[in-house]
Structures are given as C-alpha cells and as structure tokens.
Design a protein around this ligand. Structure first.
Ligand code: MN
Ligand code: MN
Length: 322
C-alpha cells in the first residue's frame, strides 16, 4: 500500500483485508476506528484489542469523558498512514491490532458496571490479546485491573496523573474516580512497592506506599531520568500503564474534568513513554479525555498519541525488546 491508494481506499475500519500495516485513506473522511484498524468483535489471532469504555458517572467535577473514545478514534485517523515517530519499529505492521469497539453497559445501572467491565477485559485476555482501553473516566482502571490481576497476580502500576486517586474509601464500594487505586492496593490487585505515580500535584497525606515522582520532581529531573526510575521500580514484574490525560498540563490537555496546573508537556510525555521501552507491560489505558471541554481538540490528539505509544510499548515487549 502507498499514499497513492488514498484515491481508491475508504472505510478501512471495515474494508481492510490485511489487519497489519499502515492505512492510506482520506484522513478527513471515512468510518473512524482507532488508527483505522479493523472494527471487529473477532479476537482470533489478535495481539492488541483497542476498546472504548464510554463511562463518566464516577467523576468529582466536570463530566464528558463518555465522549472520549469517539473523539480519540477520530483524532487517531491522522496518525494511521505513518509509523509512530521515534521508534525503530512499527507495531501497526508487526502486530495484529483491532478496534474491538466500545463496551456495552446499562448507563442507569451503575452498581452493575464494574463487573461488566471486568468481564469485558477478561474476555480479551482469555483470547490471548492485550487490551488498550480508551476511557471514560479514571474509575474504569479498577475493574480493568481486576481482570489483569486474575491473570498475572498483583500488578505493578505505572500511572501518569495529576492525582494519586488513592484517597480513602473505607467501605470499598464507591464508584469514584478518586479512590479506585485505594481499593486496588487494599484488595491486593496492585502492588504498591513496585508501582509508581508520575506527575502528581495534588495533596494526599496517605499514599499507601506507592512510589511517587511528583510534578516538581519530574520537572527537576526530566523525562529520561523519570522513565529510568520507573523502570527500576517495576523491574521485570507485569505492568499495567494508566495514563490520566490530566497528567498533562491544562495548556496541553484542557479537555478534562479536573485540570491542575504545573503538569507535563506533550513533548515530556512522549519522551517519558518512549523511555519506558523494555518494561514488561501487559496492557494500558488512556482516560479522562472530555471532548466538551476540549476547545481545540488538543486533548483528543494527545489521547490518541498516548494510546499509540502504549501499543508501541506492548509491541516492544512482544518482540522481546529487540
Ligand atoms: Mn487526574
Ligand atoms: Mn486519575
């Protein structure tokens, strides 16, 4: 395939024959899927299933992330023709990545939502694929992590975020995007000693023993040193990477529910993620993209790039890091 093919290819989301390789169709038209991957519920032979979870009923402030998966897919169409920049390989060409579509759930039955999501991810993992989830608010990481912990045992978490999301939830049952990692640590599905939160710039007295590279320290040491420290913290343990888009500064990601100043730039986030190459990553998510507050579209663009980089990190692990 070549750029010339853009003249006669369209709707690769359901017309592409080869699941691998770049996609040349009009970036501004056609059916949107993540990076123009095939939109399918068939997990046979799939390495990475990208799936949307349009859930935003756990937020403390501004809503809107239910529209995140759709916006991230649309923003990703501009990246589909090219190999991701700055890597010595292209996961789109090496691995079978599909768009698994969005998860179905009853929007009016919140108590049923967590188990529905865990089952959704369990189905992907049981088929032998990794999941990359487009959120949705950050609560979704907790039911997702449950499925990963069932398979791998306690996970090491790498979280990029302005917030720790480990505020206390004593009865362990609230559906809340600020307490789900408290529950994840307390219930043993995340191992705090081998987990790290990067970009934190909100106060939380009890961080449950999770390692923290807060935003001031990140800015002092830079993305390469932060990535090196994160790699040392997780070692070779199975890693789940969760990227809350509010880890970025509001200048780079205004479209989010709980923006906090002093965050990472897009360039720093790119350098940080590429610096994580070599970790034993099993899956990841990008959450908290809220299109109604995304006045320029920059937040969805950042979300699409983050999801692509997570796919690259997975591809790097799948090829044995060589
Ligand atoms: Mn946050
Ligand atoms: Mn968060």
């Amino acid at each position: 395939m070549a750029l010339e093919d853009a003249k006669n290819q369209m709707d690769h989301a359901f017309t592409r024959d080869d699941p691998r390789g770049p996609s040349f169709e009009l970036t501004f038209g056609g059916a949107t899927s993540f990076l123009r991957r095939r939109y399918t519920k068939d997990l046979t032979g799939v390495d990475i299933a990208v799936t949307g979870v349009p859930f935003d009923q756990a937020v403390t402030n501004r809503p809107g992330t239910r529209l995140g998966p759709r916006a991230i897919r649309e923003a990703s169409s501009l990246q589909a023709p090219d190999a991701p920049y700055g890597w010595p390989f292209d996961v789109l060409s090496e691995r079978t990545i599909i768009d698994y579509g969005d998860m179905a759930f009853d929007y009016a039955n919140i108590p049923a939502f967590p188990d529905t999501l865990t089952a959704h991810i369990r189905g992907i993992l049981d088929a032998g694929a990794a999941s990359v989830v487009l959120g949705g608010d950050h609560y979704i990481s907790f039911p997702i992590l449950k499925a990963y912990a069932e398979k791998h045992g306690p996970m090491s978490l790498i979280q990029i975020d302005a917030h720790t999301d480990t505020w206390a939830d004593d009865d362990m049952s609230r559906v809340d995007h600020g307490t789900m990692f408290y529950k994840a640590v307390k219930s043993g599905i995340v191992d705090p000693a081998t987990s790290v939160q990067i970009g934190i710039r909100t106060t939380n007295e009890d961080t449950l023993g999770v390692n923290i590279i807060d935003a001031p320290e990140f800015h002092r040491i830079g993305p390469a040193a932060a990535a090196k420290r994160a790699r040392e913290i997780v070692g070779d343990r199975p890693v789940y990477l969760s990227f809350d888009i509010d880890g970025l500064d509001p200048a780079f990601a205004p479209g989010t529910g709980t923006p906090v100043w002093g965050g990472l730039s897009s360039a720093q986030a790119a350098a940080l993620l590429r610096g994580l190459a070599g970790i034993n990553i099993q899956g990841g998510d990008v959450v908290e993209v809220s299109p109604p507050f995304d006045t320029t579209g920059a937040t969805a663009i950042a979300g699409a790039h983050v999801a692509t980089e997570i796919c690259q990190l997975l591809g790097w692990r799948m090829r044995g890091g060589a």
